[in-house]
Design a protein around this ligand. Structure first.
Ligand code: HEC
Length: 113
């Protein structure tokens, strides 16, 4: 009996440690919805397949820099896409993130030099 008690104690510590770790890791990471979107990175990966050079040049999709489209049109296109042309991203990004993307497109400038 005395021996069993001595062996059970470290096991209890190990279990409580395992439960404590995910809880603290959760606190450290921000909620997905409030996560800041790195639009440069997004265009380098997801959108850049079709909107080249960060949206500065046409690819399979049109050039986005200096677009004549209004915000509503872009919001709708990014959310719903266009069948056969562009996938919809309405379930990928929050409304706030889509606003960040539109802001990025509005601020696009040609490369310096
Ligand atoms: C598979 C290719 C493809 C991908 C990936 C893609 N697009 Fe598009 N995009 C298109 C095409 C093609 C159009 C033009 C559709 C049309 O004919 O109206 C378009 C149009 C747009 C427009 C409207 C601009 C205009 O002048 O019509 C915006 C804004 C836009 N895309 C943003 C994005 C963003 C942001 C992403 C990434 C999250 C993205 N696209 C990913 C192909 C793509």
């Amino acid at each position: 009996m005395k021996l069993n008690f001595g062996m059970a104690l470290p096991a209890v510590f190990a279990v409580s440690l395992a439960y404590a770790m995910p809880a603290s890791a959760q606190q450290a990471s921000p909620a997905p919805d409030s996560a800041h979107l790195d639009v440069d990175q997004l265009f380098a990966t997801t959108c850049g397949w079709c909107h080249s050079d960060g949206g500065r040049e046409a690819g399979k999709g049109p050039q986005l820099m200096n677009t004549a489209r209004d915000d509503d049109f872009m919001r709708n296109r990014i959310k719903n896409g266009k069948p056969g042309a562009m996938p919809g991203f309405g379930s990928t990004f929050s409304d706030a993130q889509i606003e960040e993307i539109i802001k990025y497109i509005r601020e696009l400038k040609p490369h310096q030099g």
